[in-house]
Write a protein that binds this ligand. Structure first.
Ligand code: NAD
Ligand code: DAU
Length: 337
């Protein structure tokens, strides 16, 4: 089913901003409202190209504020919930914000959806809810939840609330669980943009532990296309894994960035490991591929090349983010590590 009025929460962040652009491009009759609290990770610059589109509207607001979320959601067909605290390292430094935004926030938004009889609620979740893998195997939708960080535990809790609202209140819900995203507009606390920026300025590249942890990378535009497919065609109550069969160790990623930038490997600095660091993620996305006919389109070689050039061409975007609060976080996270 095509929805005519979609409320996107967290749309000023990395993935949400790409999703809004994707919907406006792919669904010419659809209106999108973006409800975002503009935390440190929310940046309206990510949506500069659509800000004057008559089918797009921004509302500053927090999903934990039921009254304003309900006012904003009135008359909408669907809610797509991207709003969250999203960085694992920050959840280790301070879990409370994650409990508020990811658990309390999702619960309040579910209540809004229930009371307003919103036709469909899509929860954007993550593969991290499944925990960590050994050398073989992949996460399927039937893998038991075993989150290891305050971030992933808060996302798993939200997923359970979504499941309960579907089961108990008959709210039409779907959940997507995607692997690691990369692409333009990602906040430079995450591996790929952080390494590009540090390499560009000849700063140390801080690799946690032995650098052999594995992540399964997908281009953000492929993820957004999957979210729209699930929103329109997914079966109520179901979970859909999203991934691109693209596993790399962190050290391989870091070395490939250095190579692309023509910088020496001597910039790599192995630092103390992340506490509770998940070893390997691998997503089995055969369900969404066979049932909804979605498939990733962007190869890693091409996607990374374009991503690196985008960051190099958008240094102003970065400089605007590297405010006092980013410097403070960077020092807390990396200095004397
Ligand atoms: P992000 O940190 O870049 O953006 C999060 C956005 O949510 C920001 O704009 C922020 O202002 C907003 N926000 C935070 N708390 C809010 C609140 N209480 N009310 C309203 N807005 C709030 O995150 P991202 O990387 O774009 O991730 C988006 C979603 O996708 C998250 O739910 C995350 O768990 C999930 N996810 C991310 C990845 C990834 O690799 N980045 C992979 C799978 C799933
Ligand atoms: O798997 C999906 C998840 O991917 C999302 O749910 C999260 O929102 C997103 O942040 C991401 O989590 P990760 O912890 O995997 O991403 P991050 O970019 O923080 O780290 C990727 C890997 O790189 C991880 O093994 C830790 C390592 N790392 C990260 C940073 C920031 C380093 O070695 N050094 C670093 O400085």
């Amino acid at each position: 089913m095509e929805f005519k009025k979609i409320l996107v929460t967290g749309g000023a962040g990395f993935i949400g901003s790409h999703f809004i652009r994707h919907v406006l491009n792919m669904r010419p009759a659809t209106q999108v409202t973006n409800l975002d609290a503009l935390t440190y990770a929310g940046n309206l610059e990510n949506l500069r190209d659509v800000q004057s589109n008559p089918r797009y509207k921004f509302v500053k607001g927090d999903i934990t504020d039921t009254k304003s979320a309900a006012q904003t959601a009135e008359g909408f067909d669907a809610i797509v919930n991207f709003a969250a605290e999203s960085h694992v390292d920050r959840s280790i430094l301070g879990p409370e914000a994650f409990i508020q935004a990811n658990i309390v926030g999702t619960h309040r938004l579910l209540e809004v959806a229930r009371k307003l009889k919103i036709k469909r609620f899509l929860q954007v979740s993550t593969d991290e809810v499944y925990g960590s893998l050994g050398d073989s195997g992949s996460f399927t939708e039937n893998t038991p939840l075993a989150p290891n960080s305050p971030y992933s535990a808060s996302k798993a809790s939200a997923d359970l609330l979504v499941r309960a609202y579907n089961h108990t209140f008959n709210l039409d819900t779907v959940i997507t669980r995607c692997s690691n995203n990369y692409g333009p507009f990602q906040f430079p606390e995450k591996l790929i943009p952080l390494m590009i920026f540090n390499a560009r300025s000849n700063k140390d590249l801080p690799v946690y532990g032995d650098g052999l942890n594995i992540r399964d990378w997908i281009h953000v535009e492929d993820h957004c296309a999957a979210v729209l497919e699930v929103l329109e065609k997914g079966k109520s109550g179901e979970v859909y894994n999203v991934g691109s069969d693209n596993e790399w160790s962190n050290i391989q990623i870091v070395k490939s960035i250095l190579k692309e930038l023509g910088k020496p490997e001597s910039l790599i600095k192995f630092v103390k490991d992340r506490p509770g660091h998940d070893r390997r993620y691998s997503i089995d996305s055969s369900k969404i591929q066979s049932e909804l006919k979605w498939a990733p389109k962007i190869t890693f070689a091409d996607g990374m090349k374009r991503t690196i050039s985008w960051y190099l061409d958008n240094t102003k975007w970065l400089q605007n983010l590297q405010s006092g609060s980013y410097q403070k976080y960077y020092e807390q996270q990396y200095v004397n590590r």
